[in-house]
Design a protein around this ligand. Structure first.
Ligand SMILES: Nc1nc2c(ncn2[C@@H]2O[C@H](COP(=O)(O)OP(=O)(O)OP(=O)(O)O)[C@@H](O)[C@H]2O)c(=O)[nH]1
Ligand SMILES: [Mg+2]
Length: 425
């Protein structure tokens, strides 16, 4: 195979951690003069590469919340972030702005569009501020939400919510008429389930009666949405949650009544575009969400390196494989919420027994990683290239996301590397 050498010449400086290399490879692979590359890529890999590029062009997730005053919109966003970022109103209504807000907390970012719909309290406000739908339409023309969370208090699922669903229909139509190919998802959220009888049962709400009441509320909201939501082709889902958190004066979390937030996070994650998945996974801190997207990334890199290696690779082309693996590891680190810093990668590699000298240089990491190839002789096969990528990917997931202990990870890596070596010689 003849991989262009300009990949390897410039790839070992730190700025390349911004994934330029990958984008370049993608362009070579998918778009351009295939004559330069003797690699045949399957339509499946082509799609995977496209997906990867979307992930690489990562942007914050855009979540729209629709729900009556006090339904728990702000609390839910806080529950995702694990901190008191948005003002929560127990007595005084907090006014939604009907504009996109970028919320940043630590290194997490989410964009939210908060709306109360056209409920009773809204009429008064609208008399002064104009029609809620108008300002929301304006916000939607700026950018569309990845998902709409339709929040209804557990105790209000039977309180004329068809009017609220009418409003939801209008918003959904605005989105569809502006962005016909957008795949916005709609998720019903039954909030404040802790308030359902019996209320003195604490999470995980194992009590039978409580579970029954939660189920009844979910079923009722689902039936209402099924009946009144206009787009019958859209798959609807309803998730019950409790989002209450109480913070002390000093900002410390004193009472944490969060329940089932991770299920909702998974549901959202499954239904948002690849572009927003990485940032969403980072935001939620839900391990399952994080490892799912990380596995997807590892599988794509395994496929890419496997394909590159399908033609035997001269040792000189090793830097290409190594740099792809480094990119993969740094993406897994990023999903876990670490920065893309080389330092975290160095730590992870140390955990699996690869020690890099004092300098945090990408060049050093690449050299250390490629030392592991030495046993394979001059030619690297696709099975070895893909196989080792998968091993490092799994190790990165175990290290950054599952927080497994270093010995366990190292042993697994050693074993699996040995297996590959044995089966391929
Ligand atoms: N018990 C309980 N209370 C909750 C829960 N979620 C929110 N609350 C409370 O409900 C009240 C309203 O919550 P918010 O998050 O401000 O509701 P909102 O929908 O953003 O309200 P507005 O911005 O005024 O429209 C606050 O007192 C919250 O503490 C929950 O899951 N359980
Ligand atoms: Mg609010």
């Amino acid at each position: 195979m003849t991989m262009k050498s300009d990949f390897s010449s410039s790839m070992f400086n730190e700025s390349n951690l911004n994934y330029d290399l990958l984008k370049k490879i993608y362009e070579e692979f998918v778009n351009s003069n295939m004559g330069k590359l003797v690699i045949k890529i399957s339509p499946k890999l082509k799609n995977e590469l496209r997906d990867l590029i979307e992930i690489l062009n990562s942007r914050p997730p855009r979540v729209m919340t629709i729900g009556r005053r006090g339904s728990g919109k702000s609390s839910l966003i806080n529950a995702f972030l694990g901190s008191r970022v948005l003002k929560v109103g127990s007595v005084i209504a907090q006014t939604p702005t009907n504009e996109w807000l970028t919320i940043e907390s630590g290194n997490k970012t989410i964009e939210i569009l908060d709306s109360r719909g056209a409920g009773e309290g809204e009429k008064v406000r609208n008399a002064i501020h104009g029609n809620a739908l108008d300002s929301i339409s304006e916000a939607i023309q700026e950018k569309y939400p990845d998902t709409i969370l339709f929040l209804v208090k557990a105790k209000e699922v039977d309180a004329n919510i068809e009017h609220d669903i009418e409003f939801l229909n209008k918003v959904y139509k605005v989105i569809k008429s502006n962005y016909s190919d957008s795949k916005v998802s709609v998720i019903g959220v039954v909030t404040q389930v802790d308030e359902l009888d019996p209320i003195r049962v604490y999470k995980p709400f194992n009590d039978n009666t409580k579970q029954k009441n939660i189920y009844t509320a979910v079923k009722h909201l689902y039936d209402m949405m099924y009946k009144y939501f206009d787009d019958k082709d859209l798959k609807l889902n309803v998730v019950p949650v409790s989002a209450y958190m109480h913070f002390g004066e000093d900002g410390r979390l004193i009472d944490d009544l969060r329940w089932n937030i991770d299920t909702l996070a998974e549901e959202i994650s499954k239904n948002i575009p690849s572009q927003a998945q990485m940032a969403f996974a980072k935001m939620t801190e839900v391990k399952k969400v994080q490892s799912e997207i990380a596995e997807k990334i590892v599988n794509i890199f395994t496929a890419i390196t496997g394909t590159i290696g399908a033609e035997p690779i001269p040792a000189a082309d090793l830097p290409i494989l190594t740099s792809l693996q480094i990119t993969m590891i740094s993406m897994v680190a990023a999903i876990s919420g670490r920065s893309l810093a080389l330092k975290s990668m160095k730590e992870m590699l140390a955990a699996i027994g690869i020690n890099i000298g004092g300098a945090f240089l990408l060049r050093e990491i690449a050299r250390a990683l490629s030392k592991l190839w030495v046993g394979y002789g001059n030619l690297i096969s696709g099975a070895i290239a893909g196989g080792t990528t998968k091993i490092y990917g799994k190790a990165a997931i175990d290290y950054f996301i599952n927080n497994k202990d270093e010995n366990t990870i190292r042993k697994a890596v050693d074993n699996e590397l040995m297996n590959i070596r044995e089966t391929s010689t």
